[in-house]
Ligand binder design. Structure first.
Ligand code: 13P
Length: 250
């Protein structure tokens, strides 16, 4: 199955405007020209400026780290899916473990956010991942199945065809501890089997599933060689030139 290869960089809450523009320019100048779709996901205030830097490379796309559950109105401090679309975003992260952990976001919010993302032409990058405790209790497959099916039951096949899934084990995020390629492949194959059960094998076969969690130039190639790993969602290593090496790691 020939699936789109994707490397996405989630900058999280890092950089100033000047630094963000410099980083985007560095990446655009140094990233290999290959068949990998590249997605840059900067903080909200830098979206427009980064979008302008990316415009010279059609293989680069813009994503946002979050959107609000309502389409507009008196929600001080929030950002809507329509706003993201208007500054050039094509993707939005939903369900990131940091949103689950620190902001207590749960399935009902994710469903509302994804609905608004889709209706504004944004593709959701829906993140799933188990904690270390859940893995130690051998509950990781069950947890990922639940995080997926609770969302999928709300979306029809044509809506789901816009999704990207990211598997990010919480114990691997920002810890320097990466899932082994065996652990990643096993979970990505599991995710694909859930998609087969829920929709069908054609949809499951076309859905990009990214790995995230301490992915770096030293481990990306081995991870990306796994048959069910279609690329990476990169945190720390997206904040410097390492991101370009990861893009060249297929
Ligand atoms: P790290 O690559 O820093 O572990 O972060 C992964 C992540 O959370 C990307 O969304």
């Amino acid at each position: 199955m020939n699936r789109q290869k994707i490397v996405a960089g989630n900058w999280k809450m890092n950089k100033t405007l000047q630094e963000a523009k410099c980083l985007a320019e560095l990446i655009v100048n140094k990233a290999p020209h290959n068949d990998v779709k590249k997605i840059i996901i900067p903080p909200f205030p830098f979206l427009d400026s980064v979008s302008q830097v990316l415009s010279s490379r059609p293989d680069f796309n813009l994503g946002a780290q979050n959107c609000h559950i309502h389409s507009s109105g008196a929600f001080t401090g929030e950002v809507s899916a329509a706003m993201l679309q208007s500054v050039g975003c094509s993707y939005v992260l939903i369900g990131h473990s940091e949103r689950r952990q620190y902001f207590k976001e749960k399935t009902p919010e994710f469903v509302q956010k994804i609905k608004l993302a889709l209706s504004n032409g944004l593709s959701p990058i829906y993140c799933v991942g188990e904690t270390l405790e859940e893995r130690k209790l051998n509950r990781h497959f069950e947890i990922i199945t639940e995080q997926l099916t609770s969302i999928l039951s709300e979306f029809k096949l044509d809506e789901f065809s816009k999704f990207i899934i990211a598997y990010e084990p919480v114990w691997a995020i920002g810890t320097g501890e990466t899932a082994t390629s065996g652990q990643a492949q096993e979970m990505h194959a599991h995710i694909r089997s859930v998609l087969i059960d829920f929709y069908n094998s054609a949809v499951a076969g076309h859905t990009p599933i990214l790995y995230g969690g301490s992915c770096n130039p030293g481990n990306a190639r081995e991870l990306f060689q796994c048959p069910d790993v279609d690329g990476g969602l990169i945190g720390g290593a997206s904040l410097n030139e390492d991101f370009c090496s990861i893009i060249g790691s297929f």
